[in-house]
Write a protein that binds this ligand. Structure first.
Ligand code: ZN
Length: 214
């Protein structure tokens, strides 16, 4: 993406020019490490098994995310692992909301999720690009959120609306990064990917603070 003779793979094709030695993308790594500390704090204070499970799954995802921005293992292993950890956060999110509400999702929902999941796996192995996998991930996440939204208290509903809005903003920023990264770097050198990370930080903070005691 930055050098025409070198092909970067996820996450080094995100918009923070990777260093050749040391931490490859230090700014993105730093924001993710701070996120890990925040999630760990809420995990230690969680009060139920299923909220703890949800928080620890986000923590594993973020550890993998931070690691992927700092050291690059050749090939697509990190891309696959980060995505698998990401999918696991949706499973634990659904599990937590099911335990909280005692509402089992309708069959139509499960069929739609299954179809999107198959599309997601197809995109992953055909290596169409991580932007499409983020899209399938967000669609599954938002659908899960929609299913349980009516059963939530007004304060949780408000936070979930913020999370949904931030999810759309994250996708828009990431899409812009992918389209305009070189153009932006030529004009002003800056680790633009931290805007995605910082918006993600706020969304994850809202999820942690809303659900650690449920
Ligand atoms: Zn990132």
């Amino acid at each position: 993406m930055y050098d025409s003779d070198k092909k970067f793979t996820f996450p080094f094709d995100t918009c923070e020019k990777p260093n050749k030695t040391g931490f490859a993308q230090p700014w993105s790594t730093l924001v993710n490490i701070l996120m890990c500390v925040m999630i760990f704090y809420y995990f230690l204070n969680s009060n139920t098994f299923y909220s703890g499970l949800f928080l620890i799954s986000i923590l594993f995802f973020e550890i993998m995310h931070a690691f992927s921005h700092s050291i690059h293992i050749p090939g697509l292993t990190q891309y696959y692992l980060t995505h698998v950890f990401g999918l696991f956060t949706i499973i634990t999110f659904g599990f937590m909301l099911y335990n909280y509400t005692n509402v089992f999702p309708k069959m139509q929902y499960l069929i739609i999720i299954f179809i999107i999941f198959i599309i997601d796996i197809y995109i992953l192995f055909k290596n169409f690009g991580f932007i499409y996998n983020i899209l399938t991930y967000f669609v599954i996440f938002l659908l899960t959120l929609c299913v349980y939204y009516p059963y939530m208290s007004p304060s949780i509903k408000r936070n979930l609306l913020y999370v949904a809005g931030l999810t759309l903003i994250i996708y828009a920023i990431e899409y812009n990064e992918l389209m305009n990264c070189n153009w932006m770097l030529e004009r002003f050198h800056f680790p633009y990917h931290i805007f995605v990370e910082m918006t993600g930080f706020v969304a994850i903070y809202l999820l942690c603070s809303t659900f650690y005691k449920i």
